[in-house]
Design a protein around this ligand. Structure first.
Ligand SMILES: Nc1ncnc2c1ncn2[C@@H]1O[C@H](COP(=O)(O)OP(=O)(O)OP(=O)(O)O)[C@@H](O)[C@H]1O
Ligand SMILES: [Mg+2]
Length: 472
């Protein structure tokens, strides 16, 4: 890209950019586009899909902008023939229409599913230059994407957004130490992958990585799963069984959903972290193992400590180094890379070959809030691979409503969310004490109380004289 400049989302090349003008219009309906040529566009005309494909085949992978002049001459059947050309990843399509055509459903569908934008023709060449410039820029980005996906990274953790770069840096530093690591983050953000990466980069990598999901094991069995038992320790204990601590000797023990660890096991874990040893159930011998602990949860562990469900002393022992997994919605272009990766991985499961994502799907991927994060993204793409009927996955195949049906947040929405977040965090820091929280936020206690009511941060109405509240 050394020869390029970026202006407001349009990659502007000092070399000529290629524009395909697809038209069947008769005299008077064909745009001359001489101005665009003077602006640096190398113009080629194509009357049909066959010509477009020929152009593409002559320079595989080369990016083009294409203006599809729909004003006359294309039947629905003709348009269907454009399937391959419209699906080609290295063309940025712009539709040119008469204003009246926008109520025509096949035209609307074609624009929505395959085009970066549309213009009503005729329009000033300056406008066309901007719009096709954007489409060309997107085509160029699209043609580079494939390579980056194939070099997915040694940890199978796809993504190089600033948030993921920061995580990777912290993760590698953590791997060089022996300190316990705590990984926080919403469900499906890749906490387990991160734990494995810490292990893989540590000097323990040749030893076992043992994971246990503390939330998936019945409470009465957690202790024996973790620490093992001696023969005869309880009815049915016919022989000695090693626990996960011993299995992980020399390596790493990953305690997933640590917030669900019963209090009894919390005490045993704390003892292990203090002494480096434990007893098997029914045994008296102190067993010493060399294990590094990584823990994770998608719950708010600080909240569990405040509520007395999790021991504060254990919390401080586990959270020596803290990794925060960024939510998928904060990872920008990583969303595309993850989607491409999932498509590649599951493409065999579909009935026919898929070429990628339609522009409407790309837009939907970026407008969806992803409450289930990477796991949800992978599942949606996998399902879309099976369900898609066209050559490109559409927003509909992903079962995501387009941005049109969900209005973007207003300034008031954004302000409300920021206010709620600031109050919540200040309350946490001040352990729910209203006077201290109000002082920190430089507002009166009455104002704080009113805002808490407005943002659903207090349980019930009272006179505002409480000295503290339960944060929920
Ligand atoms: N950066 C990534 N690159 C590729 N795949 C990822 C990435 N992050 C997560 N995944 C995949 O997403 C799925 C969920 O990841 P993982 O189980 O590590 O999430 P989690 O945070 O532990 O979720 P939970 O809180 O529900 O246990 C897995 O299939 C994982 O391989
Ligand atoms: Mg997990």
């Amino acid at each position: 890209m050394a020869n390029d400049e970026v202006h407001g989302g349009t990659v502007q090349c000092k070399d000529a950019r290629d524009l395909i003008y697809v038209t069947r219009g008769g005299a008077g309906r064909v745009l001359s586009l001489g101005g665009l040529q003077r602006m640096g566009w190398a113009l080629r005309r194509a009357p049909d899909a066959r010509q477009v494909m020929k152009l593409l085949q002559s320079r595989p992978g080369h990016p083009y902008a294409a203006l599809l002049d729909l004003r006359e001459g294309f039947s629905e059947h003709d348009l269907a023939e454009f399937g391959d050309a419209l699906s080609a990843g290295n063309i940025g399509w712009v539709a040119g229409v008469d204003a009246g055509q926008l109520s025509d459903e096949p035209v609307r569908r074609l624009i929505r599913d395959y085009c970066y934008d549309y213009v009503t023709l005729p329009c000033p060449e300056g406008v066309l230059n901007t719009v096709i410039g954007h489409a060309h820029g997107m085509a160029r980005l699209g043609s580079g994407r494939v390579d980056r996906v194939s070099s997915a990274g040694s940890d199978d953790m796809i993504g190089d957004s600033p948030a993921m770069q920061a995580l990777n840096r912290t993760l590698r530093k953590a791997a060089l130490t022996e300190a316990p690591v705590f990984i926080a983050g919403e469900t499906g953000t890749g906490k387990e992958l991160a734990a494995m990466a810490v292990h893989r980069h540590s000097h323990r990598h040749a030893h076992p990585f043992v994971a246990i999901n503390c939330g998936a094991i019945p409470h009465e069995l957690v202790q024996s799963e973790l620490f093992g038992y001696e023969r005869g320790a309880f009815t049915g204990a016919q022989q000695r069984k090693l626990g996960r601590f011993e299995m992980a000797n020399g390596g790493t023990l990953f305690l997933d959903e640590i917030g669900d660890l019963p209090l009894e096991s919390q005490a045993s874990l704390l003892r292990f972290l203090q002494q480096g040893s434990f007893e098997r159930l029914g045994g008296h011998e102190q067993i010493r193992v060399d294990v590094r602990i990584i823990s994770a949860t998608h719950h708010d562990l600080e909240h569990a400590v405040d509520e007395g469900r999790f021991r504060a002393d254990l919390y401080h022992r586990l959270c020596v180094l803290r990794l925060q997994q960024p939510p998928l919605r904060d990872r920008g272009a990583d969303i595309d890379k993850l989607a491409d990766h999932a498509l590649k991985r599951y493409s065999d499961e579909g009935q026919h070959a898929l070429k990628g994502f339609a522009p409407c799907a790309r837009q939907a991927l970026h407008s969806h809030p992803w409450p289930g994060n990477v796991r949800e993204l992978i599942n949606r793409v996998r399902q879309a691979v099976v369900m898609a009927e066209g050559r490109l996955i559409t927003a509909e195949d992903l079962h995501i409503d387009g941005p049109a049906s969900r209005p973007p947040p207003t300034l008031e929405d954004i302000r409300d969310a920021a206010t709620r977040c600031a109050i919540e965090q200040a309350l946490q820091r001040n352990r729910g004490r209203l006077i201290d929280t109000a002082r920190e936020l430089a507002i009166s206690r009455v104002t704080l109380y009113r805002l808490m009511g407005r943002h659903g941060l207090r349980e019930s109405e009272s006179d505002g004289n409480d000295r503290s509240v339960r944060i929920f």
